[in-house]
Design a protein around this ligand. Sequence first.
Ligand SMILES: [Zn+2]
Ligand SMILES: [Zn+2]
Ligand SMILES: [Zn+2]
Ligand SMILES: [Zn+2]
Ligand SMILES: [Zn+2]
Ligand SMILES: [Zn+2]
Ligand SMILES: [Zn+2]
Length: 236
Amino acid sequence: MATGRHRYKFVDGEPRDELKCSICTFVLCDPQQATCCAKRFCKSCLDQMEDKRCPLCREPINCFRDGGINREIMGLKVYCTNSEEGCEWQGTINETNDTSIDTHLNSCPYQLVPCTNECGEKIRRSSLEIHLTDNCLERMVNCQYCNQRGQYQLITSSNHFDECPDLPIQCSNEGCNMTPRRRSQSLHNETCPKAIIPCAYNTVGCKKKMKREEQEKHNEDSITAHVQLTKKQLGK
Ligand SMILES: [Zn+2]
Ligand SMILES: [Zn+2]
Ligand SMILES: [Zn+2]
Ligand SMILES: [Zn+2]
Ligand SMILES: [Zn+2]
Ligand SMILES: [Zn+2]
Ligand SMILES: [Zn+2]
């Protein structure tokens, strides 16, 4: 596999063929010239070759470093590899220079960088801050209900919601639309108008069960029955 590390867009148009690797076809990276046919190859392309024969003339390969060509390549003007994303930087390939593209890419706002929280995402350097505060799955957040602090993925998972004491839960009594917090569920049930309760006169023997809100009407409707039950109880 050829590497082609120098896949750049050149400011002054395509460089001449002598500056390109005969294996990967990109601009040479640490150029080596073969003694057999005078073709040039990247050092890395040669290193990855399995049989050590010239890929063009099949002779046992013998190369020397081409310093002149390398100097020419180092001076080629290139656009930032993020130019299509909007970066207007121009400079050279020269790896030893502060104005080289490698140095620029270490601070280019358009460069994709791995999230510093190690969530696995790659983000444009200029958006990293927003990612870390608003989008990163590994960021720390507070639960919107109980305010507990934790990693976004854990705090918004069912694992937390299954335990969150302040999660609003729909009352399970038929017809009740209230959503008390988990910690107030039993308290709510004690006053929920839709909870099924035994008649307040169950101690004297009324077997009726009804929604709490119906107790009053039931008392009105059953005055006689309740009085009779009470008398019977007292009479014993
Ligand atoms: Zn190459
Ligand atoms: Zn050759
Ligand atoms: Zn850039
Ligand atoms: Zn992240
Ligand atoms: Zn919570
Ligand atoms: Zn309820
Ligand atoms: Zn009753």
